[in-house]
Design a protein around this ligand. Structure first.
Ligand code: 4AD
Length: 457
């Protein structure tokens, strides 16, 4: 269907005086004696274009209902406040799809909770229109960042035979259910599709390391799946994961890459999506744009886990989860560190080895590993990464300590046998970064169809 994107008309003055065809959904429609107005949105921009209907031709013109899809042919004219509108007569408006009065988005101002009950329609609201465009611009910015720094984009498998994080949060992939026909689990898995236990990948890292040991610098950008029973505003069972992996890199290099990438992506969003960012600043978080501008113009803070524990202990705060060296940092702790102590993004490094994954480089102190998490105000952790253990014997020892089945990790161990190099990487939770950039406080509202514990549609 030949037509012009509404965004093009707003952004190019050359359309003024031209005849155009636009398509879209009616956001509002008003009718008065001689003239009627339609606000039309086609999803290419947050702004609606005003259609001004001259009723001289047909005084009985009846305005289309909210939600109706229409095709309109008319002349672009300058409107008030320096904007543009389209002048038409009633016969210039073709109804493509009528919208009955039970359309749930008739009125404005629905709560996000209410909109979550209709993921198939909420994209037609300003909020979700803006979220999805920012998401798209951020995805492109992430690809651009890595592509322009010589990284190779790798697609790692989504069905896997190993649990990367070793935390047992994998969804199982099976074509048959377990029955008492099997004498034990081993017999059941042997009979299943892959002839062994398989699941959905929680992270592409292990395969990412395989690729980095050949291509030097790689990144993945795809879904990860976690069967965590975490019904929180920042956990999804299916989230999008950006995982760079870099050969010949140590922990400080990884931290530098993470900071540079985050700043570049945020800068791109501020430049490319000014209207969407003003919308979020006005409706979701006052001062959002200033906060992000501040973030990209200063260095992020860095603190060791041990120092962070001291800060938390000295805080005098009444935390729900008690703080002791060795404990995992909870969201309340992460937010205290980034919001109250540093008031900006902060890298926390060198965590106790017991609370981190088997693959992290063991520090000389024998107690900690070269891990890093990036904490940001409002959200908490958005990045988790580390330098990897490149020494074969140390890695095997860490796996044995955790009772892991080494047979499942033959490929991974081979990397330490054949030309091992210092290397590392990190995982960025894409939705968590979108939350941070938009000020939207629930992860369910930054993805088209959220999958969370007890909820799938
Ligand atoms: O800290 P995580 O578990 O690290 C890894 O998966 C490593 N393999 C990454 C790497 O080094 N290549 O997860 C990384 C990030 C977290 O910081 C968080 O932002 C996001 O992934 N994440 C989730 N986002 C939404 N819902 C969940 N359930 C998430 N779990 C992790």
């Amino acid at each position: 269907m030949k037509h012009t994107d509404i965004r093009e008309i707003f952004e190019n003055a050359q359309y003024i005086g031209q005849d155009v065809t636009v398509c879209g959904w009616v956001r509002t429609a008003r009718n008065s004696k001689n003239v009627a107005f339609i606000e039309l949105n086609d999803g290419t921009t947050l702004k609606h274009i005003q259609i001004v209907v001259d009723k001289a031709e047909n005084a009985d013109y009846k305005e289309p209902r909210v939600g109706t899809s229409v095709k309109v042919c008319g002349k672009v004219v300058e409107g008030r406040n320096g904007t543009v509108e389209i002048g038409v007569v009633p016969s210039d408006i073709v109804i493509l799809g009528d919208c009955p009065t039970d359309y749930p988005l008739q009125k404005k101002g629905h709560t996000l909770e209410f909109l979550r009950t209709m993921p198939h329609l909420r994209g037609r609201t300003n909020t979700f229109n803006a979220v999805q465009r920012i998401r798209s611009v951020m995805a492109a910015a992430i690809h651009n960042y890595f592509q322009s720094h010589n990284y190779v984009y790798i697609n790692t498998p989504l069905i896997t035979g190993s649990d990367c994080e070793g935390a047992g949060e994998m969804f199982q992939v099976t074509t048959i259910g377990y029955t008492d026909k099997y004498k034990d689990e081993a017999e059941y898995y042997a009979d299943d599709f892959f002839g062994k236990k398989a699941g959905l990948s929680v992270s592409g890292q292990l395969e990412g390391e395989v690729a980095a040991m050949a291509m030097g610098k790689i990144y993945t950008f795809g879904p990860s799946f976690r069967a965590e029973n975490s019904n929180t505003p920042k956990h999804l069972a299916e989230f999008w994961h950006v995982e760079p992996e870099v050969a010949f890199a140590e922990l400080p290099d990884i931290i530098e890459i993470a900071e540079d990438m985050i700043k570049t992506v945020i800068k791109t969003v501020l430049e490319s999506c000014p209207n969407e960012m003003k919308f979020f600043d006005a409706h979701f978080e006052k001062g959002l744009i200033a906060r992000l501008e501040e973030l990209i113009s200063h260095d992020f803070a860095t603190v060791t886990y041990t120092e962070a524990i001291e800060l938390l202990k000295k805080s005098g705060e009444d935390f729900q989860y008690p703080v002791e060296w060795g404990c995992d940092l909870q969201t309340e702790h992460e937010r205290y560190i980034s919001e109250k102590v540093f008031k900006k993004a902060v890298f926390v490094t060198d965590y106790p080895k017991e609370i981190k994954s088997f693959y992290m480089k063991q520090n000389a102190d024998g107690k900690t590993v070269a891990a890093v998490d990036l904490l940001v105000p409002g959200v908490g952790e958005i990045i988790g990464g580390s330098e990897r253990e490149a020494d074969y014997d140390k890695l095997v020892a860490a796996m044995q300590d955790r009772g892991m089945n080494l047979d499942l990790y033959g490929d991974y161990l081979d990397l330490r046998k054949y030309g091992s190099v210092p290397h590392g990487g990190f995982g960025l939770g894409f939705e968590r970064l979108i939350m941070y950039v938009t000020g939207v406080s629930n992860i369910r509202d930054v993805i088209l169809y959220p999958r969370t514990v007890g909820s799938i549609r």
